[in-house]
Design a binder for this molecule. Structure first.
Ligand SMILES: Nc1nc2c(c(=O)[nH]1)N[C@H]1C(S)=C(S)[C@@H](COP(=O)(O)O)O[C@H]1N2
Ligand SMILES: [Mo]
Length: 435
């Protein structure tokens, strides 16, 4: 066994028996060495863990290589490894289920831009109905030449399209404090999927949409009969009637067997369990667009029909509830999105907002979809405040919460797209800097 002396980022010499990590990873990964050997003045914690389990680590042959594994077919629908059992939706206990039920995506545990279907956020106003697709119908009426009723088979006979878009609840998070601890607590009413369905424009044309039609009123088949009015321009732009999500049929929680998808529009308008579309000249002024989902502005007027979710971003790693293993290299990564189109740039600050640098954007950058950003960072072990700000293709810049306050006043409730700062203390513990 080689004995090798290395120096940690804090200058303390270390003696390591066995193969050093630097050798295992190759000299090219010297970048990581600081993080791996630094920390405590004695042998680092993960090296101790390795000693305790040394029977299963290289160069030994682990237990799970000595006999064949579980046979195929033991699971007809795959589930995550049991070791990932803590990566689950974030659902507050004791929720009044039929008033404000919501389950959040664990954003801090996910990579890339696609939300797995089992972790897609959910928000229901009247519970999740169990709908037999054979019995489900979509009625299209009002200002059309031919009122129509479609079965799900009819819907699937239209030419299909698949597109990747985010979906975000406009109460993500609500405007007022308290803000929560983790990225999921704060903005977990946000997910992104590849959606498959039919262009709404095509279906409206099939029915002979009349030129007087200025709005489409959409109604869901849940106990809330959730109803929203959609401007006709959006219906003819990129709205979809969706039946699949990440390649498989919608989950019941996402509106099985059919939902409306309005890319970039506030989550509430994306009516689930869609059963009726009525072409009309005026909006319905339903509960969800008057009493709810409006923002009381400083002049005392309520802002209604906000539609588009503004540009926003959040660092997901490191983020609230996580702990940095020690000084040295850490990748800062997160997600950015805008209802208005593509993300143009994401700036990251590691000094409490004094200086900003552009992060790398993961290609392809898609319109009205999550965009993953990354920035390499050498943490010096000192307390720090890190945050990200998104700029979209319209050059709109994500505001700080105090900038939002000057425009919106104290009484807004929805549509909070403020910058989210994370505080890192000298021990590497990450917390919500606003809390
Ligand atoms: N029919 C119906 N559609 C609905 C809702 C609902 O309760 N009933 N909730 C809305 C709200 S507030 C949001 S944020 C999104 C949530 O979609 P998801 O549960 O698929 O994430 O659906 C919207 N569509
Ligand atoms: Mo929502």
């Amino acid at each position: 066994m080689a004995t090798r002396s290395t120096t940690g980022a804090d200058g303390a010499p270390r003696t390591k028996r066995r193969l050093s990590r630097r050798q295992i990873l190759g000299e090219g990964s010297a970048l990581l060495a600081g993080a791996l050997v630094s920390g405590a003045a004695t042998e680092p914690a993960h090296a101790e863990a390795v000693t305790a389990n040394s029977g299963n680590v290289p160069p030994n042959v682990p237990e799970w290589m000595k006999t064949p594994g579980d046979p195929m077919g033991s699971q007809l629908y795959g589930t995550p490894s049991p070791f990932e059992k803590n990566v689950v939706k974030n659902i507050p206990k004791n929720l009044p289920q039929y008033i404000s039920a919501s389950g959040r995506t664990p954003l801090q545990d996910l990579d890339g831009i696609i939300t797995p279907n089992g972790l897609f956020y959910e928000r229901h106003h009247g519970g999740v109905p169990t709908i037999d697709p054979e019995q489900h119908r979509l009625m299209l009426h009002g200002l059309v030449d031919r009122p129509l009723i479609f079965t799900m088979d009819d819907i699937r006979r239209f030419p299909s399209q698949s597109r990747i878009h985010f979906l975000e609840c406009s109460g993500n998070p609500v405007y007022t404090k308290p803000y929560g601890k983790t990225a999921s607590d704060l903005v977990g009413l946000l997910s992104c999927a590849e959606w498959t369905g039919v262009s709404l424009k095509l279906v409206l044309q099939e029915a002979g949409l009349r030129p007087e039609a200025k709005w489409i009123v959409a109604e869901g088949a849940d106990a809330a009969a959730l109803t929203r009015s959609i401007p006709i321009e959006k219906c003819l732009e990129d709205a979809m009637l969706v039946y699949s999500q990440n390649g498989e049929r919608l989950r019941p929680q996402q509106g099985y067997p059919l939902r409306l998808l309005l890319p970039g529009f506030e989550g509430n308008m994306n009516v689930k369990w869609l059963r009726r579309l009525k072409a009309v000249t005026e909006p319905a002024y339903s509960r969800e667009e008057t009493s709810k989902y409006t923002d009381l502005m400083p002049d005392g007027k309520a802002r209604e029909f906000t539609f588009y979710m503004e540009a926003k971003s959040i660092i997901t790693r490191p983020s609230g509830g996580q702990k940095l293993g020690g000084p040295g290299f850490h990748e800062i990564t997160g997600i950015a999105w805008s209802g208005h189109g593509k993300i143009k740039r994401v700036d990251v600050s590691v000094d409490g907002g004094k200086n900003w640098q552009a992060a790398e954007l993961q290609e392809p950058v898609l319109t009205r979809a999550l965009t993953r950003f990354r920035l390499p960072w050498q943490w010096d072990g000192q307390p720090a405040v890190i945050q990200s700000r998104a700029i979209d293709e319209t050059d709109y810049v994500q505001p700080t919460f105090s900038e939002l306050l000057t425009v919106r006043g104290e009484n807004s409730f929805y549509h909070n797209n403020a910058i989210q700062p994370w505080r890192i203390d000298a021990q590497g513990q990450v917390t919500n800097a606003n809390a």
